[in-house]
Design a protein around this ligand. Structure first.
Ligand code: HEM
Length: 287
């Protein structure tokens, strides 16, 4: 979005503060508890929110380029998604000071002041996850109090994910991806298929430029899963096995989500990619 700078905007501002909105930026860390670490917690969450916003834009840009069959530009945008994960994932270090003695009093005050919170109420993360192709309708439930965001997410749920666009691109590039894999009800969870595994296998054997795309997507999947792993470790450090939002142990709820890895056939196809040479102890995949 571009804006027009008015005389009012210029009042008591420098070009730097006007452009980067530093007055506004530094006024949105509203602590509620007086806990010395709450500012750190808010800043780190806000930094993650901004990175997710950046990633959503890059994923949407990559989709637009793929639809125009511009692999180079799509690849550049996706590379930026990988790069953005480095500082995003590093933010966990800055929260590792927390123990239950820090978190629980904060949660208590937030709960009595604002109501029962869970990060599942974060819409930009959910938008990113839908773009990755992990479509869980039930997550929309959390956004009923925010109709505009519910609408945004419902549209993202019903629209092609990045992976749907990648598969359409592979099909356009004459790889054997059946139409049904990318022309479907996008709001339903994606069902992996052996035909798509086969298409990736051929791409890795014969199409180096598409292999590069595949490896960039694999990097994204790995970085995203790293974020989740580090989040789980902080949960272990700050909550132990206590129950969380759903009345079950937060760890028990989060652990299976580590298996929700985007772009599934990019990993399962590796069982078939490459022939083990004679003497290699690894067995051949079942035909
Ligand atoms: C400080 C310690 C933290 C604990 C103990 C914690 C705990 C949890 C738990 C138990 C869940 C599962 C849903 C629920 O019960 O609420 C969850 C989900 C989530 N949390 Fe945290 N969290 C922490 C910090 C953070 C931070 C700093 C962020 C960054 C904004 C964050 C982002 C998320 C997201 C995005 C989800 C949804 C995950 C998914 O759908 O797979 N959490 N968290």
């Amino acid at each position: 979005m571009t804006v027009t700078i008015t005389e009012e905007d210029r009042f008591e501002q420098t070009p730097y503060s006007m452009w980067l909105q530093t007055e506004k930026l530094h006024s949105i860390q509203r602590t509620l508890t007086g806990h010395p670490g709450e500012y750190s917690f808010i800043v780190n969450c806000q930094v993650m929110e901004l990175y997710w916003s950046l990633i959503v834009r890059e994923l949407q840009a990559a989709q637009a380029h793929l639809r125009q069959n511009d692999l180079l530009k799509a690849q550049q945008a996706l590379r930026r998604v990988v790069d953005a994960h480095e500082p995003l994932n590093a933010t966990w270090r800055s929260l590792s000071w927390m123990t239950p003695l820090d978190l629980l009093p904060m949660l208590g005050v937030i709960g009595t002041t604002l109501g029962r919170d869970t990060a599942l109420q974060g819409w930009i993360y959910r938008h990113m996850v839908y773009l990755f192709g992990i479509k869980q309708k039930e997550q929309l439930e959390h956004f009923k109090p925010q109709p505009r965001r519910w609408q945004q997410l419902n549209e993202a749920l019903s629209a092609p994910s990045l992976y749907d666009d990648v598969l359409a691109f592979l099909h356009h590039e004459k790889l054997p991806v059946p139409r049904g894999q990318f022309e479907r009800d996008f709001a339903e969870p994606y069902k992996p298929s052996p035909e798509v595994e086969r298409a990736w296998q051929i791409a890795y054997d014969e199409r180096p430029e598409i292999k590069v795309l595949g490896e960039t997507l694999a990097d994204i999947a790995e970085e995203f899963t790293t974020w989740k792993y580090r989040h789980l470790m902080l949960t272990r450090r700050t909550l132990g096995s206590r129950n969380a939002y759903f009345g079950v142990s937060g760890i028990a709820w989060l652990t299976p989500t580590l298996e929700e890895i985007p772009f599934p056939e990019l990993f399962s196809a590796r069982t078939f990619i490459g022939d083990p040479p004679a003497g290699c102890p690894v067995g051949k995949a079942k035909e």
